[in-house]
Each structure stands twice: as structure tokens, then as C-alpha cells.
Design a protein around this ligand. Structure first.
Ligand SMILES: NC(=O)c1ccc[n+]([C@@H]2O[C@H](COP(=O)([O-])OP(=O)(O)OC[C@H]3O[C@@H](n4cnc5c(N)ncnc54)[C@H](O)[C@@H]3O)[C@@H](O)[C@H]2O)c1
Length: 248
């Protein structure tokens, strides 16, 4: 099976690093034109440079509907439309339940839930014009169970992404738009490394049936499949990729 995304235009949020960056690279390698969007426009642009043509870096704050609209509008104008959206922008606070502040709670939901909603709604409007679309939202094992590193706000936000994904999938299917979520376990990125010690990460890795952390490129491969025509009969799903940490 070869994934061919030639002629497709993809938007990846949170694409300056981690899972988002690898996903943008894999979509690009599969033939797509890719917009790498991130809160940090300079790092997004720097991540786009090695890809050469068919790639641009853009700034976006997914918390702000206005910047999301501007970003999707800029991509549609430059490349003629938007076919694929991958919502990787996300934040995690490792705060224990009793210490979570109102500000942290609100920030987590602003990025992880409202941000996904803003991007899905804006991208779906563009996808409807062509009658074809693929949206892949980043939930987490946390969305189905409890986060390993994150606090209750992170777990709750990732569960919300699953609900949003199902509801959007149901309403957007008649327009040729599929909406799915991926639920990674512990993946070796900045998000994981900055929120615990190397020793604890190693101990978590050893506790999984597949005794290592996941790699961002492994999540990127799953996302590329979901973005392709091979996934034509999949929508509203949530796809686990966690080394066996959670089996349900
Ligand atoms: N790494 C893991 O173990 C893991 C596991 C499950 C799910 N996830 C999810 O996968 C996604 C990517 O995770 P990662 O590990 O690559 O994270 P990361 O922290 O390495 O990268 C996240 C990116 O999102 C960007 N971002 C943050 N706030 C933003 C905003 N308001 N607007 C636009 N961009 C913003 C950051 O600048 C950064 O480049 C996240 O949604 C995360 O919750 C990660």
C-alpha cells in the first residue's frame, strides 16, 4: 500500500516540533503541499525550509478564531484550497488536581479544545467547497483513560477532543469530510521530556508491553494513513498508538 497525497493541501498546527513537525514532513513526503502552522512563526518557517517547495511556515494562535481564520484563508488563497487538517497544537501541565489554577484550566481548554474546534470549523468550511476533506485531531491515551504526565485539565481536554471529533464526523460526513482522532501514548517529544525526569520516562517506557516510548514518526505514519484515500470508510474513530499501554 502506497500513500499518495499528490495534489492535496494539508494544514498541520503545532508543526514547529514534535509530532506536528514529523507529520508535516511525512505528508509532504507523500506528495502533499503542507502549511506548517505554529504559535512560533519563526520556528514554523524554519521547519518548512528543509522541505523546499510545497511547504510554508505560518504563525497561528489556535486559541484565537481570528488568527485561525486568517491562517486557513492564507493557505486557501496561496494553494487553492485546504484538503487535510491535522491539529497537533497542544499544551500539557503536570499539575496535581488540588493545585490546578483557574488560569491553567482555562489555558488548557483554550488550546486543546477551543483550538481544535476553531481549526476544524474553519478548515471544514474550506473543505466543503471541494467536497473532500480529512481531519485528524490529536487526542491521547489520556482521552480514554488518565494521563501519565498531565493533570486533570489535560485528561479532560483530550476526552473533549474525542467528543468533538465524533460530533463533527457525524455532521460533516455528508460533505465528504472524514474526522478522526489519534490517541498516542507516551511519545518521545519535548512535551514528554519537559514534564518529567529522564529516569521517570525510562521507567514508564519499561512498563509498557512494547518497552519503549513511541516515536513521533510512528504517529505521523498513522496520521498519513488517516489522511489518505485508503481510509475512505473511517470516520468518527479514535485510533490508539501506545505500545500496548492501554488496550481497550
Ligand atoms: N508527546 C506525547 O507523549 C503525546 C501523547 C499524546 C498526545 N499528544 C498530543 O500530540 C500533540 C503534539 O504533541 P507534541 O508532543 O508534539 O508536543 P510539543 O510540545 O512537542 O509541540 C506542540 C507544539 O504546539 C505548539 N503550540 C502550543 N500552543 C499553541 C497555540 N496556542 N497555537 C499554535 N500552536 C501552539 C507549540 O509551539 C509546539 O510547537 C499535542 O496535542 C499533544 O497533547 C502528545
Amino acid at each position: 500500500m502506497q500513500i499518495d497525497l499528490t495534489g492535496r493541501t494539508a494544514v498541520v498546527t503545532g508543526a514547529a516540533q514534535g509530532i506536528g513537525r514529523r507529520t508535516a514532513e511525512h505528508l509532504h513526503a507523500a506528495g502533499a503541499t503542507v502549511a506548517l502552522a505554529d504559535l512560533d512563526p519563526d520556528r514554523a518557517a524554519a521547519a518548512a525550509v528543509p522541505l523546499g517547495t510545497r511547504a510554508i511556515g505560518l504563525g497561528v494562535d489556535v486559541r484565537s478564531r481570528a488568527t485561525v481564520d486568517a491562517m486557513i484563508g492564507a493557505v486557501a488563497q496561496r494553494f487553492g484550497g485546504v484538503d487535510i487538517l491535522v491539529t497537533c497544537a497542544g499544551i500539557l501541565y503536570p499539575t496535581r488536581f488540588q493545585e490546578i489554577t483557574e488560569r491553567e484550566w482555562d489555558q488548557t481548554f483554550a488550546v486543546n479544545v477551543s483550538g481544535v474546534f476553531h481549526c476544524c470549523q474553519a478548515a471544514a468550511a474550506a473543505m466543503r467547497i471541494r467536497g473532500w476533506g480529512r481531519i485528524v485531531n490529536l487526542s491521547s491515551t489520556a482521552g480514554k483513560s488518565v494521563s501519565t504526565l498531565g493533570g486533570a485539565h489535560y485528561t479532560a481536554s483530550k476526552a473533549a477532543v474525542l467528543g468533538l471529533t465524533r460530533a463533527a464526523a457525524k455532521e460533516l460526513a455528508p460533505f465528504g469530510i472524514a474526522v478522526n482522532a489519534v490517541c498516542p501514548g507516551l511519545i518521545d517529544t519535548e512535551m514528554a521530556r519537559t514534564n518529567t525526569t529522564p529516569e521517570r520516562l525510562e521507567a514508564y517506557a519499561r512498563s509498557f508491553p512494547i518497552q519503549r516510548l513511541g516515536r513521533p514518526e510512528e504517529v505521523a505514519d498513522l496520521i498519513c494513513f488517516l489522511a489518505s484515500d485508503h481510509a475512505a470508510y473511517l470516520t468518527g474513530g479514535s485510533f490508539d498508538i501506545n505500545g500496548g499501554d492501554l488496550m481497550i
